[in-house]
Design a binder for this molecule. Structure first.
Ligand SMILES: [Zn+2]
Length: 377
């Protein structure tokens, strides 16, 4: 039996234009003959939409209209002064960098409202039963945005807004983030909340300056009542399909099961893919397909199939689109792969060096063991 995925979309997400850049960095690079676009650009989201509309998984999807959020809704997870600052920064005629790698311009505020509003529409659809698996195909991404700080192309934390919506309905929520970067904003927002389990699988990159003080290391386990409710799975560089599957099966899924959530929110990045300019991991489209299947099975087991997925990173747009298609195939649960992957030829370092993943996962288990005695870690 297959599942239907409801995809939430809003055209205003395309209006955000961070201009030029090179790999993860914004700005113009004068030694290049041809300037490159900022990696987080509208073309990537149009490509993602295109692969889901034209790819073989299309008959399993239902396209739904997103909407614009209002500021009161954003204030569920952000300071109002910060939101006013972002809105002002977007109001000028010129682009402006609001932190070391996040750039806004005239179309950015409507895009921020559309990304947030579409994530909220996806959450509301799952909460009211008109969808069970909902994918908010949005930009700018959200998972780095903290209560009062932009970071890493993120201005408003779209997955956190979906979490807050479910919390307001009295539900316990687990977050699973597989963007290659640490979901530090979501971590920060719910760091002391005992009713939200945040789990992030990412490469070992550490803090990256004033906008990103969190390290993403396993010892960031939460604080106060939320102690043990934050899970950071740092995987070694070169980690591929094997490491992601193991991180999910051996650490994330057991914790989510022990936490017993009513609702699942996923932050879905494809910058862990094997060719991504912003990542150093080797996940293939098949790896994302397997991950999608695991997530949907876990939702079936624990939350009555209810899950909201928000789009985060993924910057080599052609291959990231294949990965998105693979992930959605997994969510749908089609029995055989629907699309060939002509590009999956880099070695999976985590298959040839299992001891690296052993050590990565052992570090997470040992940091969390005191808070989860029932897991016997
Ligand atoms: Zn990322």
């Amino acid at each position: 039996m297959t599942r239907t995925v409801d995809v939430f979309w809003h055209d205003a997400c395309l209006a955000h234009d961070p201009g030029e850049g090179l790999w993860e960095l914004p700005g113009r690079w004068p030694w290049l003959d041809e300037p490159e676009t900022h990696p987080e650009n509208a073309a990537r989201l149009r490509t993602f939409r295109s692969v889901l509309r034209r790819g073989p998984v299309a008959p399993h999807l239902r396209w739904r209209e997103g909407r614009l959020a209002d500021v009161d809704e954003l204030a569920a997870v952000h300071d109002r002064d910060y939101l006013a600052f972002v809105e002002r920064a977007c109001a000028g005629p010129a682009r402006v960098a609001v932190d070391v790698n996040t750039v806004v311009g005239p179309g950015s505020w409507p895009a921020v409202l559309a990304a947030a509003g579409s994530a909220l529409a996806a959450a509301d659809a799952v909460l009211d039963g008109s969808a069970s698996l909902a994918y908010a195909l949005v930009r700018p991404p959200g998972h780095h945005a903290q209560p009062a700080a932009s970071d890493g192309y993120c201005l408003v934390n779209n997955p956190a807004l979906a979490v807050a919506r479910a919390r307001a309905a009295g539900l316990r929520v687990a977050v699973v983030d597989w963007d290659v970067h640490h979901g530090n904003g979501t971590q920060e927002i719910f760091y002391a909340d005992p009713d939200v389990l945040t789990a992030s699988i990412h490469m070992r990159h550490g803090a990256w300056g004033a906008s990103h003080p969190q390290t993403g290391a396993p010892d960031e386990v939460g604080t106060a009542e939320g102690k043990g409710r934050n899970v950071n799975v740092e995987l070694s560089l070169g980690a591929g399909d094997t490491a992601y599957a193991r991180a999910f099966d051996e650490v994330v899924a057991p914790l989510v099961r022990a936490f017993r959530p009513d609702f699942l929110v996923c932050a879905s990045g494809f910058d862990g893919s094997t060719f991504d300019p912003n990542g150093r991991h080797n996940v293939t489209a098949a790896g994302y397909r397997a991950l999608g299947g695991r997530v949907a099975d876990l939702a079936d087991e624990l939350t009555g199939g209810r899950a909201v997925v928000t789009q985060e990173g993924g910057y080599l747009r052609g291959y990231a689109a294949l990965c998105l298609h693979g992930l959605v195939e997994g969510l749908v649960g089609v029995p055989e792969p629907l699309m060939a992957d002509p590009l999956a030829y880099l070695p999976d370092e985590s298959a040839t060096h299992p001891e690296r993943t052993d050590a990565d996962l052992a570090a997470v288990r040992s940091a969390l063991a005191p808070h989860w005695p029932e897991l016997g870690w």
